[in-house]
Design a protein around this ligand. Structure first.
Ligand code: CO
Length: 134
């Protein structure tokens, strides 16, 4: 069911420092930071030949990644995103299999303007999974 790896998201306490590290030390192509108020994050995209890295930094008072950064003050891998062809079909299949789909199971518009859903990390080896309709 899942297809390509779309991105790995890394929560960072200092977005400018993380961006400079990817650009200047790792030699990657990085985007300008973009605010995503609906998701409570500011994002920098790191473009790799086969996938993206998203550097996430909290935006606003109720950012969903703020508790993660409190537990991981130097940052860490926050989620991985896999592509699916039909997000509603994927959701229904996962629910039927007993997996927990976060946020009531209704897709939101993600960072790339496409529908996304998140799956409970306790059902997937301790990893928060994002599904994005390709
Ligand atoms: Co993501």
């Amino acid at each position: 069911m899942i297809g390509k790896l779309n991105h790995v998201a890394i929560a960072v306490p200092d977005l400018a420092a993380a961006t400079a590290m990817y650009r200047d030390i790792l030699g990657a192509k990085v985007s300008a930071p973009g605010d995503e108020p609906d998701h409570g994050v500011t994002v920098v995209f790191v473009e790799l030949p086969n996938a993206k890295i998203e550097l996430l930094h909290p935006l606003g008072d109720n950012s969903p990644i703020a508790p993660f950064l409190e537990r991981n003050p130097s940052g860490g891998v926050h989620h991985v995103c896999y592509e699916v062809g039909d997000i509603l079909a994927a959701r229904d299949r996962l629910k039927a299999a007993g997996a927990r789909v976060l946020g009531g199971g209704e897709p939101k518009t993600g960072a790339h303007g496409k529908p996304v859903l998140f799956l409970h990390p306790k059902d997937f080896c301790g990893t928060l999974i994002e599904l994005e309709q390709a």
